[in-house]
Design a protein around this ligand. Structure first.
Ligand code: HEC
Length: 398
């Protein structure tokens, strides 16, 4: 059963990654194509431009144009399954990793929610987020996009605050990513593809295309463009406990979302704004400096990571703490009911294994408190302080 779950996880993750790369890659290529089209001065009406490229042993000529009425090509390629498959595999993965078993979703040191309540918050944010966003951008407010964009940023901040207060740090991050990914895929499904379907239908029937659909779709596709970088960071954020595990994880998440969108913005305007590179570099530098500052702040009551003053830490006591708090999961024979194999292969059965991981133990137990997972084994601050001293004093095993 556990092997089955892990294999399913592997398969879904693999598919999700491949489909996601294809989706983002495609949309970036089309964005780039659009901006690099060359329109000859004597272009016929309906001819929007052409571009020459070289790739895989040949030259490619692409033309963008409107078709004459009734003039539909016999084979027309659509780009939609990359998006749908990314979404379906992503939602399945979310359910498998965060909902099917307890441990990742809620953190008792963050909130008192039960697993079922956490599930409702998470799933509610993903579905409710899309409903709210879609209704807002269908409403008359969409006629003043600047104001509505500002409102959406405020709502985003509210969602970040809500998620980080109710769910574990990593679940909060992933749920924001899942919500934004759902907006993106929803935009493709409910707006962009219907608009293209109507365009094809109108052309086939020889009538002018209905204008508003195309305008809507363009707006949604710009939103998708800006969401790409933030969503991609969030999807890999699970590898960075210093972000989601920080006491200021909500600020870090907001910072990374805004920086990602700003960096994308300067890439978008690079085709007509000569000084774009200045803004682009500035956004990266300012974002990185703020990020560094945020992950470096020590919250009040933090365990001193380099505690020199205390007495010598005795390794026997350290080993006892590890036995009591860690080996339930991190062992060749875990006893935890969820983790039947040592997570990421990290085991603490022998003194040597504990010493070997000292630096990561410091990162996960002392600097951030992201281990034990959800503090399931109820590690105390005194024990964390002991680990800190032991590591600072050289992580000796005798
Ligand atoms: C309930 C199960 C559980 C317990 C108890 C637990 N861990 Fe973990 N640990 C995990 C899981 C799951 C991962 C992989 C996911 C992750 O990295 O967050 C992990 C990953 C790790 C990693 C490797 C990832 C990295 O960042 O390098 C270290 C080191 C670690 N844990 C240390 C500890 C220590 C030390 C304790 C005891 C104080 C502990 N863990 C207790 C479940 C647990």
């Amino acid at each position: 059963m556990d092997h089955l779950k892990e294999l399913l996880d592997l398969a879904l993750r693999w598919v999700h990654l491949i489909a996601g790369i294809m989706w983002v890659g495609n949309s970036m290529l089309f964005n780039w194509l659009d901006r690099n089209l060359i329109k000859p001065s004597d272009a016929k009406p309906g001819f929007e431009g052409e571009i020459w490229m070289v790739h895989s042993g040949g030259f490619y000529q692409v033309e963008k144009k409107q078709l004459e009425p009734h003039q539909m090509p016999s084979v027309l390629h659509w780009f939609k399954w990359q998006s749908y498959i990314t979404w379906m595999s992503g939602i399945s993965l979310l359910a498998l990793v965060y909902y099917a078993s307890e441990g990742f979703l809620v953190d008792p040191s963050v909130s008192k929610l039960t697993h079922a309540q956490g599930l409702m918050v998470g799933a509610g944010v993903v579905a409710g987020g899309f409903a709210a966003y879609d209704l807002l951008w269908r409403s008359p407010l969409a006629k003043v996009p600047n104001i509505l964009t500002a409102i959406c940023f405020l709502l985003l901040a509210a969602v970040i605050a809500l998620l980080t207060q109710l769910l574990s740090g990593r679940a909060a991050y992933i749920h924001l990513g899942a919500m934004m990914g759902t907006l993106m895929s929803g935009n493709v499904f409910f707006h962009i593809i219907p608009s293209q379907t109507e365009l094809a239908k109108a052309t086939k029937e020889g009538r002018p295309q209905e204008g508003s659909l195309g305008k809507h779709a363009k707006q949604r596709s710009i939103h998708n463009n800006y969401m790409t970088f933030p969503v991609l960071f969030i999807m890999i954020s699970n590898h960075f406990p210093s972000t989601y595990g920080s006491k200021y994880n909500y600020l870090i998440l907001a910072l990374l979302a805004v920086s990602g969108a700003t960096i994308r913005h300067f890439m978008n305007i690079r085709f007509w704004f000569r000084q774009w590179l200045v803004g682009f570099v500035a956004a990266i530098v300012i974002g990185s400096v703020c990020l560094f500052a945020l992950v470096s702040i020590k919250p009040e009551g933090a365990i001193a990571a380099s505690n020199n003053d205390g007495p010598m830490a005795d390794f026997k006591t350290v080993q006892m703490v590890v036995r009591e708090r860690c080996v339930q999961c991190h062992s060749s024979k875990p006893t935890d009911e969820v983790w039947k194999a040592a997570p990421v292969g990290v085991m603490f059965d022998s003194p040597e294994q504990i010493r070997q991981h000292a630096e990561r133990i410091k990162a996960r137990v002392v600097v951030g408190k992201t281990m034990p997972l959800g503090n399931k084994t109820k590690m105390t601050d005194e024990e964390r302080e002991l680990m800190s001293r032991w590591i600072y004093q050289g992580a000796k095993t005798n």
